[in-house]
Design a protein around this ligand. Structure first.
Ligand SMILES: Nc1nc2c(c(=O)[nH]1)N[C@H]1C(S)=C(S)[C@@H](COP(=O)(O)O)O[C@H]1N2
Ligand SMILES: [Mo]
Length: 424
């Protein structure tokens, strides 16, 4: 096989991947770079920025003026008003695994409460030996841990789950209710250790200090294992959207249980069946049964580059397919990518350290021949869990169910270079 020939992906595994990479490297930079012509003016003129004084910097940095169009997108359309709002993260404009704090998705059922940190308190009570009360000053003195984890709303990708025809939207609009941050805070086990637990203690009801008193019941064992009181997000104190001054954070669990503006943990012997877990966030299966307390977010992946509503800048040539994979059960073990709608697959490269219940970056070099192609990714986690097709997912749940949607996302690349959401 000549070096200039890029083989179509198939499922032969590692050798195929090497062929992809060889092809990618051989043609990579050279075929993306435009040819450089030595303009006569090149030696004469310096860019203006080199011959004048720069602008003043700001006390708190901001993205470049030309990047400020990269923003969260709100749904419904008047989210600035109080009440229920979803802000989706523009995943298609990000390239790492950490979501910048200002672009973290957000869901609030009752608007953003304004909380004075010096008056905020956390109470631990119920089936404990010694009820405790903490102010922020006291909490900040505990030893803290740093953990990089994704957070995903159970309702992420609802449009793909519900809409009978694929909506032509951006990735952020379709699946942007997921983000990944470094969270820093106090493990809950430290505090329960101090309060002590009565023999009957089995569940914990976590309540937020926002209007509507958002509350969820969680198994005590899960909280003791890796529940965290998060105080910092990506190195700075939590943003108001993320629950300032204090939130519960449960890695791998549906976002809804990570109660923001946390002010109360009540230890009980059974779930409280709050409105947020019996009315909302339960799901009807195809056989009519109700799935309750389905905490874990399953394995999922999305191709971020290229993705919905983008246009390929050139009608053929080298492109790096890039995406994100994550699983609420553990680490990502592999991601496969198809360019022919799922007929053949090639293993993608996983970047960096693959972290537990965190975003993992994957890439695959792709030589596009300019013909219609359907790009898909399929992630598998270390437990061997993998993503269903949309049809398989729909078969499991009742018609109107939309939570925990993790079917493979497909993008059609048209011969005109337009990229569009499709069901495959
Ligand atoms: N107190 C409180 N906690 C809450 C919510 C809320 O409305 N109030 N929304 C929940 C939902 S539905 C999700 S998906 C996550 C979103 O967290 P984020 O806004 O930090 O992304 O917070 C959860 N915690
Ligand atoms: Mo959510």
């Amino acid at each position: 096989m000549g070096k200039d020939r890029v083989p179509a992906p198939d499922n032969r595994g590692a050798p195929q991947r090497r062929a992809f990479l060889r092809a990618g490297l051989a043609i990579g930079t050279a075929s993306v770079a435009g040819s450089l012509r030595a303009e006569p003016s090149l030696g004469a003129g310096m860019p203006g920025s080199m011959t004048s004084l720069g602008a003043a910097d700001l006390p708190y940095g901001r993205p470049a003026a030309t990047e400020q169009a990269v923003q969260r997108v709100a749904h419904p359309t008047a989210p600035q008003t109080a009440g229920f709002a979803i802000w989706r993260s523009p995943l298609q404009s990000q390239r790492g695994i950490i979501t910048p704090s200002g672009l973290h998705f957000s869901v609030h059922h009752n608007g953003l409460p304004v909380i004075a940190p010096e008056r905020h308190e956390l109470m631990i009570h119920g089936l404990v030996k010694r009820p405790l009360r903490f102010d922020l000053e006291r909490l900040m003195r505990y030893p803290m841990v740093n953990r990089i984890h994704f957070l995903e709303c159970a309702g992420n990708s609802a449009a793909n789950a519900l809409s009978p025809t694929a909506r032509n939207d951006t990735l952020g609009d379709l699946a942007g209710e997921v983000s990944c941050s470094e969270w820093t805070g106090v493990p809950l086990s430290y505090l329960f250790n101090e309060s002590g637990l009565q023999d009957r203690a089995k569940w914990v009801v976590a309540e937020g200090a926002d209007g509507g008193s958002h509350a969820r019941s969680l198994p005590l064992s899960a909280l003791l294992k890796d529940g965290m009181l998060a105080l910092y997000q990506n190195g700075e104190r939590l943003r108001p959207s993320q629950g300032y001054p204090l939130r519960l954070f449960m890695p791998g669990f549906e976002g809804n249980v990570s109660v923001k503006w946390l002010h109360r943990l009540e230890v009980t012997d059974q779930p409280a069946y709050t409105k947020d877990e019996s009315g909302l966030y339960t799901q009807v299966l195809a056989n009519g049964q109700i799935e309750r307390f389905a905490f874990h977010m399953d394995v999922k992946s999305v191709i971020t580059h290229p993705s919905g509503r983008q246009t390929m800048p050139e009608p053929r040539g080298f492109y790096e397919i890039a995406g994100l994979a994550w699983s609420g059960h553990g680490r990502i073990a592999k991601v496969e990518v198809s360019t022919d709608g799922g007929t053949t697959w090639a293993p993608a490269l996983l970047h960096g350290q693959v972290l537990d219940r965190a975003f993992t970056r994957f890439t695959l070099p792709w030589q596009w021949d300019g013909k219609k192609a359907t790009l898909m990714s399929r992630a598998t986690d270390e437990l061997g869990r993998t993503q269903p097709t949309r049809t398989e997912w729909k078969r499991k749940y009742a018609m109107q169910s939309f939570h925990h949607y993790n079917a493979m996302q497909a993008w059609r690349v048209g011969s005109d270079g337009r990229v569009e959401n499709v069901y495959a």
